[in-house]
Design a protein around this ligand. Structure first.
Ligand code: SF4
Length: 405
């Protein structure tokens, strides 16, 4: 098919084959792709509205044995800076989130060999019983695989137990590029493609909230990016047909390299990373190619606010979240090193500057509140709430083996 016909097919919302997708991605004018992506977004989601989530990331431990080459966050077990957060520490963060009107926590950490499955179950039960209104979207396929390996359980058994303990969703972290040749180069000890997809398949079957992600800039080929998206599209087809619970959203960003991670220090550094134009181009292509996804998030923590606003015209309909705390990406990201959190008022300003009405949502993209009127910073400021942590004691030390918790 010639490029003009392919563009028409894309504009008509007709599914592209992988070969057609590759052709369009590589050879079509990126500005035309952004126009088509924006038009598809206007047709698939409420046109004048950009949604966002009030949530916070909680990085419960930084101990990790997986040594991903792009990671600046982890510390090897035994390192003096290793920590595991306590119930009180995590509870205090949840209460700060509640004060902001937040609805979800995203709890992620390293692959800590000293935490057993009972630690995770205990923490989830504590959080669910203390803060029943907060959605618990926690861990990632690689953390689930790590727990399964440590316990001698299947990922299905681990997810079912954590789900029973209160886990509402499994975020899509750790997908990077779903191609084992790329994964072997940048994160050889981490979950392989089939296992990442399988964890998501199980989580979706269990009725959990899941998201799909992609990170570009690992010196992957165009073909590998398209293959990664094809795998997400296939699983989405499978899950929607089987039970109707697929990925709620697609989120992509560019590899964050810093002098503290191996890729950032590599003598091949020039081969890594991707610029903002490539981000917008790929986001637009993904909106076209992933025809069975509804929601696409702009990633301000990695791309900065200007690019995130431009992404709202390149297929994205959601501005992500307030990220009241984030440590994994931000330790290698120039933007969030300067501005690690975003107030709700500032987030509204960004959405309005782009010409849309802000609407707070939950993690299933149900609208919590739509803001037709411009709100002042005081109206959107956090409120004081009583603590629910009376009687929850702080453990004696920051790093505690499982037996002490
Ligand atoms: S990205 Fe995650 S799994 Fe990889 S080293 Fe960092 S903390 Fe560990």
């Amino acid at each position: 098919m010639n490029p003009t016909d392919l563009l028409q097919k894309a504009a008509d919302g007709i599914r592209l084959t992988p070969a057609e997708g590759l052709e369009l991605y590589q050879h079509a004018d990126p500005n035309r792709l952004m126009e088509i992506a924006h038009d598809l977004r206007l047709r698939k989601t409420e046109p004048g509205v950009v949604t966002y989530l009030v949530d916070r990331n909680i990085n419960y431990t930084n101990a990790c044995t997986t040594d991903c080459q792009f990671c600046s966050f982890y510390r090897v077990p035994g390192h003096p800076e290793v920590y595991v957060q306590s119930k009180r520490q995590i509870g205090e963060r949840v209460e700060e989130l509640l004060a902001w009107g937040g609805t979800r926590i995203l709890m992620q950490g390293g692959h800590n060999p000293d935490l057993r499955i009972e630690w995770y179950e205990d923490m989830l039960r504590f959080l669910k019983s203390t803060y029943p209104e907060i959605e618990l979207d926690c861990f990632s396929p690689s953390e689930i695989e790590n727990i399964a390996g440590l316990e001698g359980l299947s990922m299905e058994q681990v997810l079912a137990r954590l789900n029973r303990a209160g886990l509402d969703g499994l975020p899509g972290g750790g997908a990077e590029i779903l191609d084992d040749a790329v994964r072997a180069r940048i994160a050889p000890k981490k979950t392989k493609t089939a296992a990442w997809l399988h964890a998501m398949r199980i989580a979706q079957r269990l009725g959990m909230v899941t998201s799909a992600t992609m990170v570009i800039g690992f010196d992957e080929t165009w073909e590998q990016r398209v293959a990664s998206l094809t795998r997400l599209r296939e699983l989405q087809d499978e899950s929607l047909a089987a039970h109707g619970n697929g990925f709620t959203a697609f989120i992509m960003w560019t590899a964050q390299l810093s002098h503290t991670n191996s890729l950032g220090r590599s003598r091949h550094r020039a081969n890594y990373g991707a610029d903002y134009d490539e981000y917008l181009h790929t986001n637009a292509f993904a909106r076209i190619y992933l025809d069975n996804f509804t929601n696409f998030q702009a990633s301000w923590p990695t791309q900065g606010l200007d690019t995130a606003r431009r992404a709202l015209f390149a297929g994205a309909n959601d501005f992500g979240s307030t990220m009241l705390e984030e440590n994994v990406v931000s330790q290698a990201s120039a933007f969030t090193e300067q501005e690690p959190r975003m107030s709700v008022h500032r987030l509204h300003e960004q959405i309005r500057q782009a010409g849309f009405t802000p609407a707070q949502r939950d993690s299933r993209y149900n609208t919590v509140r739509r803001f037709d009127r411009v709100m002042t910073a005081a109206e959107l400021a956090p409120v004081s709430i009583p603590t629910r942590l009376n009687g929850v004691e702080e453990p004696a030390a920051n790093f505690l083996p499982m037996a002490s918790l």
